[in-house]
Design a protein around this ligand. Structure first.
Ligand SMILES: NC(=O)C1=CN([C@@H]2O[C@H](COP(=O)(O)OP(=O)(O)OC[C@H]3O[C@@H](n4cnc5c(N)ncnc54)[C@H](OP(=O)(O)O)[C@@H]3O)[C@@H](O)[C@H]2O)C=CC1
Ligand SMILES: O=C(O)[C@@H]1CCC=N1
Length: 272
């Protein structure tokens, strides 16, 4: 089978991460098309990745085997309704939007449309993405395999049995990179306050995050044990962790992730 043509509707942050990740995994640039109403947005992507870009979404609907909807949730209904009813035969639609249900997408696109909802994240750009996937009944086994091929090329993917678990995936991994970036920002600020030059604090915080994640991913023991191994009895880390506990870090993380999932559920109702 020839490689599928993937069309990205919306050439923003997440489309850029996915396209960059796919090209790094040897996907041919001529198999990717992106559309964005702003010609300059498309031109920038075209220059960066040598892919074809257009300003008319209907071109993608006619030519692509996979139509990947990567616009903001607030414009998704208008974008879907404006697509021509006649699209490339056998086309699979994948939506990466937070808070847009498969029922809404089916209503806007036609209820026999094979639809996959996916929640990826921006580290897909580096082949380190995490994607939660949910398929409607209209999606064939071959289309599920194609979906896995796309998202496994840019990281790991997990199929979900229930669509509402996408909201949990948003809270964990979709929004998750921002939590770690925020933690790193705070560590850089604190390191500078302790006297390190800012660029030194930045390099140390970044490589510590990278080293810790890499070690945890490749470890035989769980993260709690890895944490304990850094905490020498009566030592320094113990004091830092006690401070995190006393100031309620686990509860704060829980509240933040509940808020993210709650917002996703609210959006599904507001934007239906
Ligand atoms: N950012 C992230 O980390 C993640 C985002 N997502 C989801 O991905 C989707 C995109 O997010 P993100 O990439 O951050 O958003 P961006 O705003 O960066 O990208 C969306 C792009 O779509 C363009 N656009 C607007 N209207 C149309 C249209 N009618 N046709 C084609 N393109 C259009 C926008 O142009 P303009 O700027 O001019 O409006 C913009 O370039 C969202 O639904 C979000 O929920 C999912 C996982 C992670
Ligand atoms: O913040 C958002 O709504 C999107 C979805 C997950 C990450 N970014």
């Amino acid at each position: 089978m020839t490689a599928p043509i993937i069309g990205f509707i919306g050439a923003g942050n997440m489309a850029t991460s996915l396209i960059g990740g796919l090209l790094q995994k040897n996907m041919k640039p001529e198999r990717i098309i992106a559309s964005d109403p702003k010609a300059e947005q498309g031109a920038a992507l075209s220059k960066q990745f040598q892919i074809r870009t257009v300003t008319d979404n209907a071109v993608l609907a006619a030519e692509c085997d996979v139509l990947l909807l990567a616009v903001k949730p607030q414009v998704m209904q208008a974008v879907c309704r404006a697509l021509p009813a006649e699209r490339k035969p056998g086309q699979l639609v994948i939506s990466i939007a937070a808070g847009i249900s498969c029922d809404s997408l089916a209503e806007w696109l036609g209820d026999t449309t094979p639809i996959v909802r996916c929640m990826p994240n921006t580290p897909s750009l580096r082949g380190q993405g995490v994607s939660g996937l949910f398929a409607t009944a209209a999606v064939s086994e071959a289309q599920k395999e194609l979906t896995e091929t796309i998202f496994n090329a840019v990281g790991i993917s997990v199929w979900l049995e229930e669509e509402n678990l996408i909201d949990a995936v948003i809270a964990v991994s979709g929004s998750g990179p921002a939590y770690f970036f925020y933690m790193i920002e705070a560590m850089i600020d604190a390191g500078e306050k302790l006297g390190l030059p800012r660029d030194t604090a930045e390099r140390m915080a970044l490589f510590t995050a990278l080293g810790a994640a890499d070690m945890a991913v490749n470890s035989d023991v769980d993260v709690a044990e890895l944490r304990r191994r850094v905490c020498s009895p009566g030592g320094t880390t113990e004091q830092a962790i006690k401070t995190f506990q006393a100031e309620g870090l686990p509860q704060m993380v829980d509240h933040a992730m509940q808020a993210a999932a709650k917002r996703a559920a609210e959006m599904s109702k507001e934007l239906a």
